[in-house]
Design a protein around this ligand. Structure first.
Ligand code: P6P
Length: 338
């Protein structure tokens, strides 16, 4: 169609970004986009389950109705297992990693770490949710089973990362380290089409995103930053605006487009923070930096953290560069005042 670039066409045009993978990235991202289309259909039907459930809580295929995040997890694992490029995965939904033990997969050069459906508790209230993924080259020898070390690589080692946002429209946003591009699913042709080329995160903004219920159980520098955001400043005569959807992918996507900062700090309830390093924070940090933004723990660059456990959590300050730098300055200033 005139002027429309599908995801498949875009990847083929940009093969030079991924020189050592003649078609490998294309196949992995096509696997992801296919699984995303299937999950999108299930997410959109979720609201109907109560009606369909009248048949006794089984779906139209007669399968036992499962939780959507389990369905999403299984769909993505199936796509990666049959794609041939992936030797193993680690999923936020699974306690342990999975090494694919079949002839083709054992020779796969990549592993994928993913959160199949982040924010799934928001489905019941019809709020956007998302899939988040990271792609790494395996470090273990080809031909053998994938190892835990394959899964515990620093975020700087990602060869690609991205997310799918199941919102008012369904979008796939990814980077291979050469910028960030966004694709919107056109249901009429069942294709993700380039809608947001070369995405850049605004350097600053007047939008902040935090669950302010955590304000009294986190450190002083963060309270000082939110207090700064809430001041009426002369030029605009108004404070910043708070925007908190409670779905990380949706809050991050808004920051990517409009600018802003998303804060989930360590608190007395979550001493390591709430969000997972390898399934949520590393992939979004890669995207943020590729778009000119920043992602830290409040003190350290997220991508530099050496993961030690699959479900390791970390504080997350991610978004517009100047906003993240400002809150980091306040964290340091008030920590030194103790
Ligand atoms: P809280 C969803 O459970 C999630 O992992 C993120 O998507 C979201 O940003 C955050 O947790 C919400 O956490 O504690 O504010 O409800």
């Amino acid at each position: 169609m005139q002027g429309v670039t599908t995801l498949h066409e875009f990847i083929l045009e940009r093969q030079a970004e991924f020189p050592f993978a003649t078609g490998e990235l294309s196949r992995i991202l096509n696997d992801i986009s296919l699984a995303a289309k299937i999950v999108n259909r299930e997410v959109n039907r979720a609201g109907l389950v109560d009606i369909l459930g009248a048949q006794g809580n089984v779906n139209v295929q007669g399968e036992q109705q499962q939780k959507l995040d389990v369905i999403a997890d299984e769909r993505f694992i199936q796509a990666f297992k049959t794609g041939g490029e992936i030797c193993g995965i680690a999923s936020e939904e699974n306690d342990d990693f999975v090494a694919f033990d079949n002839e083709i997969s054992r020779n796969g050069k990549y592993v994928v770490l993913f959160d199949p459906l982040d924010g799934s508790s928001n489905i019941d209230v019809n709020v956007s949710i998302g899939t988040i993924f990271s792609i790494y080259r395996r470090t273990s020898p080809a031909g053998e089973l994938a190892t835990l070390e394959d899964m515990l690589q620093k975020g700087t080692e990602q060869v690609a990362s991205g997310y799918v946002l199941y919102g008012s429209s369904t979008m796939l946003v990814y980077s291979t380290g050469c910028g960030v591009n966004g694709f919107t699913l056109d249901p009429s042709i069942g294709e993700f089409c380039l809608s947001h080329p070369d995405m850049k995160m605004p350097e600053t903004s007047r939008l902040y995103s935090m669950n302010e219920g955590n304000l009294l159980i986190c450190e002083e520098g963060i309270r000082q930053y939110i207090n700064f955001c809430q001041q009426v400043d002369p030029p605009t005569g108004r404070p910043y605006s708070g925007r908190y959807i409670g779905s990380l992918v949706a809050d991050f996507h808004r920051s990517l487009i409009k600018g802003g900062i998303y804060i989930y700090p360590d608190t007395t309830l979550n001493p390591e923070g709430k969000l997972r390093l390898i399934y949520e924070c590393n992939p979004l940090a890669f995207i943020a930096e590729q778009a000119g933004g920043l992602a830290t723990t409040g003190r350290k660059r997220i991508l530099d953290i050496q993961p030690e456990r699959l479900h390791q959590r970390t504080p997350l300050f991610i978004g517009s560069k100047k906003m993240v730098e400002q809150v980091m300055g306040l964290i340091e200033e008030y920590a030194n005042k103790k």
